[in-house]
Design a protein around this ligand. Sequence first.
Ligand SMILES: [Zn+2]
Length: 118
Amino acid sequence: MTYIKDKIKYVLNQYALRPICVAIGSVRLQKRSFKASLVPMTLYEIYVMCSECDNLHSVQTKIELEETDINKTALGEYYTVREIPSSIKFMQSNKYRCPHTKGLYAADDLSRAYFIVK
Ligand SMILES: [Zn+2]
C-alpha cells in the first residue's frame, strides 16, 4: 500500500515539477536579456580630419560603445587591441566630400578619425 502511495507521489511530483522548471528557465532568460539591455551605451559620431582643409568633418557614421570616456579619442588608438567593426571598415573604404573645398578626402587613416560623443 505504501508502495503505491509512493509511486503516486513520485508521478505527481514529476508532473508538478516540470512546469515549475520551465517557468524558472524562462525567468532566467528574461533576466538575462533584461540585464543585457541595461548595459549603458554611449553614442559616438565619427569625425575625420579632412586632408583638403584640415578641419574635422562628420562622416555620418555613428557607433554605440560601452566606453563613456573616449570622447575625442582617435579610432587608431581605440582599435589597436580591438576588432574593427564593419561600419568602420566601410567608412575607411569611402571617400567624402569636403564641405569647404568640395574636394574628396579619404577616411582610411584611423589615426585621423575621432570619436565625438553625441
Ligand atoms: Zn574639409
